[in-house]
Structure formats: C-alpha cells, structure tokens
Design a protein around this ligand. Structure first.
Ligand code: 2RA
Length: 331
C-alpha cells in the first residue's frame, strides 16, 4: 500500500505515522505531505527517510490511501483531488463528517457500511469517538432516549502551542493566540468557536450530531458542554444516559466489558476509575464511575476517558484503513 499522510508534521500526523508503524500496516511507501515550509525536509518511518512533498505532487503520485489531518479548509480543497485520481481519503477534519455522501466511521460500530465507492471517509471528532464506543452497545440493548455529556478536554486537542501553555510556559507565547484566556490553572468552557444561532460551541454541536450518524439513530437526543482543561493525557467525559427501558447495572458492565476497544475500570472500593493521565498512549476507551442516576428512572451516569490523539484521531483513522485493506475496498 502507498499511503499519503497529509499533515505529517502536526501532532495528529505524527501519531498517525507512529500508529501505522506500531500496527505494522502493509505499507510499500509513505508519502508525507505538509505545508510549503516543510517541503524537502524528511520524516523517518521504519528507520527509512521519506522526503516531505507538496500536496500536488502527492496527488500525482496516486497513493492508495491518503490519511488527512490538516484542517477543514485543506481537506475541502484537496480531498476531492485525491479522490479524482482513485485515492481513498480518510479525513480527520470536520469538513466531510456531516456530508450525506461521506461515511462517518468508527470501525467497531459502522465500518460495515463502507464500499469501494467511498472515496472520502470522515473520521469523527475525538470526543465523539470515545462517547459512541460506550453508547452503542448500550443503545442496542436498552434503546437510548437522551444523553447529557460534559467534556474535560486535553490541550493536545488544540495543538502544540497549547501544550506549551500547560505548565504556565507562556513566556514568548501570546496566550490569546491559542485561547482567549490562559489555560494554566484554569478551565475554559470554550472548545472551538461559538455558533451564533445556538450559543453552543462547534465542539458541542459535533457531540450532539455525529453520534446519531455513526450509530444510525435519528431519535436519540444529545446535549453537551465542552470544557478545555490543563490536562495532556486525553479527553474525559461525564455522561448521563437515559434509556427507553430499565437496565441491570451488572449487565451494563458486562456489555461494556465485552465491547471491543472498551475497558471497564470501575471499583470504588479500590479507587479504580479511568483517568486521562493513565490513558495517554493507549488505544482503548476507558469507562468507569458507572452508577444509577438516583434522580431519574432508567438512567445512569458514567465517566469515559480516551487518548484524543490515538483512538480519538490517529488510531481510529488507521483502523478504518485496516478495514479497507482487509475487505479489499482499496488497492
Ligand atoms: C479539540 N476535538 O479537542 C477538538 C479537535 N481536536 O480541540
């Protein structure tokens, strides 16, 4: 397989290359693509140097798959150009996620809808992926009526400039260039930009819309508040789920434990619960603090954590690529 990684020098792009190598993806050639200022530099993949090329050069090289993490504008402009030459694009931006002609995929949930006709495949938002990995098995068993989610999102979701502010290292960095306020010793109820019509941020609207498309459930109501916190390891989410029907807590834990890609960490007696710090570098979605909602029948609370750069972005995209290869949908 000839694989282009578009945005190869960014935080997610670098993790994509790492995950491709770790999982020994069947690659004959890596085509790293980055901004003009990086063209000509090299990246290392499996102890071999690959020169960074321009977007146009990468299109002309006709890779089998192009995995994008380069922002929505770049995806809107270049994903169709790759598709026109027969490349299958897996895009990590929000550009194509709600496009009715583009599948939005979490492999453990809906990869079965993929066909050879899908030339632009959208990778969901990081906070969506970890959420639906828990919602889906429970919805299939009990039917979900409503979800209320509050997120506690790592600064790695913003990028390397934000990470430098994590420890208050804001000398030489304009705080306002990254966030409207310092993130150090703070929490900002502001991820992405505000939507004028609803007062939600775009991050919150992604959480209310993407799960329904992935899970193929139109009537599931979701509301969200997305908060940025000075954490590096991953995103955390406090989730309240109201079901159509009653449930057995033991069965809930069993369903989640049996879900591929989910690990239940849940024992108050031993202070066992998921934490962002310990999720860093891992590909699983961790769930704990599972308990009935004492204020509402047929409802429960839980706490969901995942590394937003891995299962929340790079690993999910690579798993989509693996599915395409396994089912002979590319190459
Ligand atoms: C964030 N989910 O965390 C967004 C984009 N990675 O900022």
């Amino acid at each position: 397989m000839r694989i282009a990684v578009v945005g190869a020098t960014g935080m997610v792009g670098r993790v994509m290359l790492q995950v491709l190598e770790e999982r020994n993806f069947p690659i004959t050639e890596i085509i790293p693509v980055a901004s003009e200022r990086s063209i000509g530099k090299t990246i290392e993949y499996k102890e071999k140097e690959y020169k960074i090329v321009s977007m146009q050069d990468a299109v002309e090289m006709r890779p089998d798959i192009a995995i994008f993490s380069a922002g929505g504008e770049t995806s809107k402009q270049w994903a169709p150009k790759f598709a026109e030459v027969g490349t299958t694009v897996i895009d990590n931006s929000s550009a194509w996620r709600m496009d009715p002609n583009c599948p939005l995929i979490v492999p453990e949930i809906n990869a079965d809808i993929l066909t050879t006709n899908d030339k632009i495949i959208a990778n969901p938002n990081c906070s969506t992926i970890q959420l639906v990995m828990v919602l889906n098995p429970l919805h299939k068993k009990y039917g979900i009526k409503r979800v209320v989610v509050s997120t506690y999102q790592s600064v790695t979701g913003t990028g390397k400039d934000a990470v430098e502010q994590l420890n208050g290292e804001i000398e030489g960095r304009d705080v306002a260039k990254v966030y409207p306020y310092q993130i150090f010793k703070n929490a900002l109820p502001h991820c992405d930009v505000f939507d004028e019509e609803t007062g939600y941020t775009k991050e919150e609207l992604k959480l209310t819309r993407e799960p329904r498309k992935i899970m193929r459930v139109e009537e599931m109501n979701i509301t969200a508040t997305a908060v940025r916190v000075p954490v590096q390891g991953g995103h955390s989410e406090s989730v309240n789920i109201e079901f159509e029907n009653d449930f057995d807590l033991g069965e809930v834990r069993k369903l989640l434990a049996e879900q591929e890609g989910v690990i239940v960490q849940d024992n108050p007696d031993t202070n066992t619960y998921p934490m962002a710090f310990y999720s860093e570098g891992k590909d699983d979605v961790f769930v704990g603090r599972i308990r009935r909602d004492l204020s509402q029948p047929n409802a429960l609370n839980c706490w969901i954590v995942a590394d937003n750069l891995r299962k929340g972005a790079a690993t999910n995209a690579v798993q989509i690529a693996e599915y395409l290869v396994k089912h002979k949908l590319v190459g």
